[in-house]
Unconditional design. Sequence first.
Length: 187
Amino acid sequence: MANPQLEDGYLKIANELFDALIRIRIPGEARQVLDVIVRKTYGFNKKSDVISISQFCQSTGIRKSHIDRALCKLERMKLITKKGNGKRVTYRINKDFDSWEPLPKRGFIPQKGNIKPDATSNVPQKGNDVPHMGVKTFPKRGHTKDKKYIYQNTGDFSNFENSNIDQLENAALMETPPLELEKPEED
């Protein structure tokens, strides 16, 4: 059974910085790598430290290629700074959390022309030219319940890709009465 004690060592980090780390969305492997940097720096009362890729691998259990990808992601998000190259690389936490660049929420796909430099550029210049903003949704793939019901009841499987679902649905509702289940007779 684990029995951690403060006497065996502890991590000293400013509450304001830790609160900022809580608020920002960091993917799993990148978060593990960031935790190693925090542990190797603030855990030993240092501002920066030379950390080898093998130390990251040993601490996290993540493969080297994934460590490299996670480090690049942390740099792009401006959570860490990196000095040097090759085998002697020094890592440091960027304490200026106002400069951090969070990842977009999952599922958001910016469409071309949606990101505007200022708020006034969203105003339409002429006619009904209203800018489209929002999340792009993708249609379901494969057979859905609705499609299966329509095709079973109309018997029309021809031209599946180009069929008009509304026409098939209307035909299914008009031509085929709903199925009624027979109740089992009681003894």
